[in-house]
Design a binder for this molecule. Structure first.
Ligand SMILES: [Zn+2]
Length: 165
Protein backbone atom coordinates (compact mmCIF):
# COMPACT_ATOMS: atom_id res chain seq x y z
CA UNK A 1 0.00 0.00 0.00
CA UNK A 2 2.85 2.40 0.73
CA UNK A 3 4.16 1.76 -2.75
CA UNK A 4 0.88 2.74 -4.34
CA UNK A 5 -0.61 5.39 -2.18
CA UNK A 6 1.99 6.98 0.05
CA UNK A 7 0.87 10.58 0.22
CA UNK A 8 2.84 13.02 -1.82
CA UNK A 9 5.11 15.26 0.25
CA UNK A 10 3.65 18.18 -1.73
CA UNK A 11 0.28 17.30 -0.29
CA UNK A 12 1.41 17.83 3.29
CA UNK A 13 1.73 21.05 5.16
CA UNK A 14 5.03 21.51 6.94
CA UNK A 15 5.04 20.05 10.44
CA UNK A 16 4.92 23.46 12.11
CA UNK A 17 1.78 24.55 10.25
CA UNK A 18 0.13 21.16 9.91
CA UNK A 19 -2.62 21.71 12.46
CA UNK A 20 -3.61 25.10 11.05
CA UNK A 21 -3.29 24.03 7.44
CA UNK A 22 -4.89 20.59 7.49
CA UNK A 23 -6.51 20.12 4.07
CA UNK A 24 -8.97 17.56 5.42
CA UNK A 25 -10.23 20.15 7.94
CA UNK A 26 -10.01 23.20 5.68
CA UNK A 27 -11.57 21.92 2.47
CA UNK A 28 -14.96 20.87 3.87
CA UNK A 29 -15.19 24.23 5.70
CA UNK A 30 -14.95 26.07 2.41
CA UNK A 31 -17.79 26.27 -0.08
CA UNK A 32 -15.91 25.65 -3.32
CA UNK A 33 -16.35 21.91 -3.65
CA UNK A 34 -15.33 21.87 -7.31
CA UNK A 35 -12.04 23.68 -6.62
CA UNK A 36 -11.42 21.42 -3.64
CA UNK A 37 -12.34 18.33 -5.69
CA UNK A 38 -14.96 17.29 -3.13
CA UNK A 39 -17.27 14.67 -4.60
CA UNK A 40 -19.62 14.06 -1.69
CA UNK A 41 -20.28 15.31 1.85
CA UNK A 42 -21.64 12.69 4.23
CA UNK A 43 -22.74 13.04 7.84
CA UNK A 44 -19.41 12.03 9.46
CA UNK A 45 -17.07 11.80 6.48
CA UNK A 46 -16.56 13.15 2.98
CA UNK A 47 -15.14 12.07 -0.37
CA UNK A 48 -12.63 13.96 -2.50
CA UNK A 49 -10.12 13.45 -5.27
CA UNK A 50 -6.41 13.48 -4.49
CA UNK A 51 -4.77 16.66 -5.80
CA UNK A 52 -1.60 14.62 -6.40
CA UNK A 53 -3.07 11.41 -7.81
CA UNK A 54 -1.16 8.20 -8.35
CA UNK A 55 -3.57 7.24 -11.10
CA UNK A 56 -6.58 8.73 -12.85
CA UNK A 57 -9.45 8.76 -10.38
CA UNK A 58 -7.40 8.48 -7.16
CA UNK A 59 -10.09 9.12 -4.51
CA UNK A 60 -9.95 9.61 -0.75
CA UNK A 61 -12.45 9.24 2.09
CA UNK A 62 -11.79 11.24 5.26
CA UNK A 63 -13.70 11.85 8.49
CA UNK A 64 -14.51 15.45 9.43
CA UNK A 65 -12.87 14.73 12.80
CA UNK A 66 -9.21 15.77 12.94
CA UNK A 67 -7.60 12.61 14.28
CA UNK A 68 -4.69 10.31 13.52
CA UNK A 69 -6.27 7.34 15.29
CA UNK A 70 -8.94 4.93 14.07
CA UNK A 71 -9.70 4.33 17.75
CA UNK A 72 -11.09 7.87 18.01
CA UNK A 73 -13.70 7.37 15.29
CA UNK A 74 -17.24 6.45 16.25
CA UNK A 75 -18.82 3.23 14.95
CA UNK A 76 -21.17 5.42 12.86
CA UNK A 77 -18.24 7.22 11.28
CA UNK A 78 -16.33 4.00 10.59
CA UNK A 79 -19.33 2.39 8.98
CA UNK A 80 -20.10 5.48 6.91
CA UNK A 81 -16.49 5.60 5.71
CA UNK A 82 -16.67 2.01 4.47
CA UNK A 83 -19.99 2.70 2.77
CA UNK A 84 -18.41 5.70 1.05
CA UNK A 85 -15.49 3.53 -0.06
CA UNK A 86 -18.10 1.18 -1.56
CA UNK A 87 -19.61 4.14 -3.44
CA UNK A 88 -16.14 5.19 -4.63
CA UNK A 89 -15.58 1.72 -6.05
CA UNK A 90 -18.92 1.86 -7.87
CA UNK A 91 -18.40 5.40 -9.20
CA UNK A 92 -14.87 4.59 -10.40
CA UNK A 93 -16.16 1.48 -12.11
CA UNK A 94 -18.84 3.49 -13.88
CA UNK A 95 -16.43 6.27 -14.86
CA UNK A 96 -13.30 4.31 -15.76
CA UNK A 97 -13.95 0.56 -15.50
CA UNK A 98 -10.61 -0.10 -13.79
CA UNK A 99 -9.35 -3.69 -13.60
CA UNK A 100 -8.62 -3.48 -9.88
CA UNK A 101 -8.26 -1.17 -6.89
CA UNK A 102 -5.83 -0.53 -4.07
CA UNK A 103 -7.77 0.57 -1.02
CA UNK A 104 -6.15 1.41 2.28
CA UNK A 105 -4.67 3.76 4.82
CA UNK A 106 -1.21 4.90 5.78
CA UNK A 107 -1.31 5.61 9.50
CA UNK A 108 1.69 7.61 10.69
CA UNK A 109 4.51 9.27 8.79
CA UNK A 110 6.67 6.16 8.99
CA UNK A 111 3.92 4.30 7.11
CA UNK A 112 3.91 6.86 4.32
CA UNK A 113 1.19 9.27 5.41
CA UNK A 114 1.81 12.75 3.98
CA UNK A 115 -0.83 14.15 6.31
CA UNK A 116 -0.38 11.97 9.36
CA UNK A 117 -2.52 14.02 11.76
CA UNK A 118 -5.79 13.48 9.91
CA UNK A 119 -6.35 9.91 8.77
CA UNK A 120 -7.84 9.17 5.37
CA UNK A 121 -8.53 6.19 3.15
CA UNK A 122 -7.12 5.95 -0.38
CA UNK A 123 -9.01 4.37 -3.25
CA UNK A 124 -6.67 3.97 -6.22
CA UNK A 125 -7.99 2.43 -9.45
CA UNK A 126 -5.55 0.09 -11.22
CA UNK A 127 -5.03 -1.08 -14.76
CA UNK A 128 -2.78 -3.70 -16.20
CA UNK A 129 0.54 -2.09 -17.03
CA UNK A 130 0.05 1.08 -15.00
CA UNK A 131 2.96 0.21 -12.70
CA UNK A 132 5.23 0.85 -15.67
CA UNK A 133 4.42 4.50 -15.16
CA UNK A 134 4.00 4.44 -11.40
CA UNK A 135 6.69 6.22 -9.42
CA UNK A 136 8.16 4.12 -6.64
CA UNK A 137 7.35 6.62 -3.94
CA UNK A 138 6.29 10.19 -3.36
CA UNK A 139 6.39 11.59 -6.87
CA UNK A 140 3.58 12.69 -9.10
CA UNK A 141 3.48 11.91 -12.79
CA UNK A 142 1.81 13.09 -15.95
CA UNK A 143 -1.67 11.61 -16.24
CA UNK A 144 -3.67 11.18 -19.43
CA UNK A 145 -6.80 12.70 -17.86
CA UNK A 146 -6.74 16.17 -16.30
CA UNK A 147 -7.85 16.52 -12.69
CA UNK A 148 -10.87 18.62 -13.61
CA UNK A 149 -11.78 16.03 -16.24
CA UNK A 150 -11.55 13.26 -13.63
CA UNK A 151 -13.62 15.35 -11.23
CA UNK A 152 -16.45 15.89 -13.74
CA UNK A 153 -16.43 12.25 -14.82
CA UNK A 154 -16.51 10.81 -11.30
CA UNK A 155 -19.02 13.37 -10.00
CA UNK A 156 -21.37 12.50 -12.87
CA UNK A 157 -21.00 8.76 -12.20
CA UNK A 158 -21.54 9.33 -8.46
CA UNK A 159 -24.79 11.25 -9.05
CA UNK A 160 -26.10 8.79 -11.63
CA UNK A 161 -25.56 5.93 -9.18
CA UNK A 162 -27.18 7.87 -6.33
CA UNK A 163 -30.22 8.65 -8.50
CA UNK A 164 -30.50 5.01 -9.54
CA UNK A 165 -30.76 3.84 -5.92
ZN1 LIG B 1 -7.61 17.82 9.98
Amino acid sequence: MTYIAADSKDNAASSSTRKAGCIFCDKPRQESDDENLIIYRGVNAFVLLNLYPYNNGHMMVAPYLHTAKLAELSPECLSEMMRLVQNCEAALYKAYAPQGYNIGMNLGEIAGAGIADHLHMHIVPRWSGDTNFMPVIGETKVLPDSLSGSYEKILTAWHELANAE
